[in-house]
Design a protein around this ligand. Structure first.
Ligand SMILES: N[C@@H](CCC(=O)N[C@@H](CS)C(=O)NCC(=O)O)C(=O)O
Length: 205
């Protein structure tokens, strides 16, 4: 299999971090230079159907995009350690938190970065108000995570899951927009520091 990746981009990093947690080393990683527009090249689009990374090309040539779809596929091939849930209840709770992490934190913080960082003007028509509104929305949503992390070491279970990976990468990426975890969110801070101390945190950056 081949993974189309782009260093420092947050969505491919989810897959790289996920692979590192599982010790997956037998997938070829191919760097796609977003700033050179390689993801918009005709051959890339013909393969992936979408101008973005990550993309996973399976051995039969089938290619899928969407970081979480790729992680789910890899979970079925490399089941341990389990990161998506071991039974229906746990799987549902992990899915709930993963969607919250993506929709309430990940997408707003990604918009905050894309609409404010000078380097990303190459990829986005930047509107400062969009950056500001999304940043504030993510800050509000983090309160929900702080309450949850007051009672649990990880977001969705008593162990690391895909929800933690999605949320931690979102916050780390937002440092590009000088985003900081608000001081009063001590539980998010404790969890985030622990996440960043994991060896897998360095994968894809
Ligand atoms: N929902 C998709 C988002 C993929 C995505 O937007 N990737 C970014 C990099 S983080 C990209 O390829 N951007 C290219 C562009 O904006 O032109 C996923 O989770 O994989």
């Amino acid at each position: 299999m081949k993974l189309y990746d782009s260093r420092r981009a947050p969505n491919p990093r989810r897959v790289r971090w996920f692979m590192a947690e599982k010790g997956i080393t037998d997938i070829e990683v191919i760097d796609v230079d977003l700033f050179k527009g390689e993801h918009r090249a005709a051959d890339y689009l013909a393969k992936t159907g979408a101008p973005n990374v990550p993309a996973l090309e399976m051995d039969d040539g089938t290619t899928i995009t969407e970081s979480l779809a790729i992680c789910r596929y890899l979970e079925s091939l490399y089941p341990e350690p389990n990161l998506f849930g071991r039974d229906p209840k746990e799987t549902a709770i992990i899915e709930m938190w993963t969607r919250r992490a993506e929709m309430l934190i990940g997408t707003p913080l990604m918009m905050a970065v894309r609409h404010s960082h000078p380097a990303l003007a190459a990829l986005e028509t930047q509107v400062p108000e969009v950056a500001q509104t999304n940043r504030q929305g993510a800050e509000r949503a983090l309160k929900l995570f702080d309450r949850r992390l007051a009672e649990s070491p990880f977001i969705a279970a008593d162990r690391l899951t895909i929800a933690d990976i999605v949320a931690a990468i979102s916050i780390d990426f937002a440092r590009m927009a000088k985003f900081k975890i608000p001081d009063e969110m001590t539980h998010v801070r404790r969890w985030y520091d622990a996440m960043m101390a994991r060896p897998a945190a360095g994968a894809g950056v």
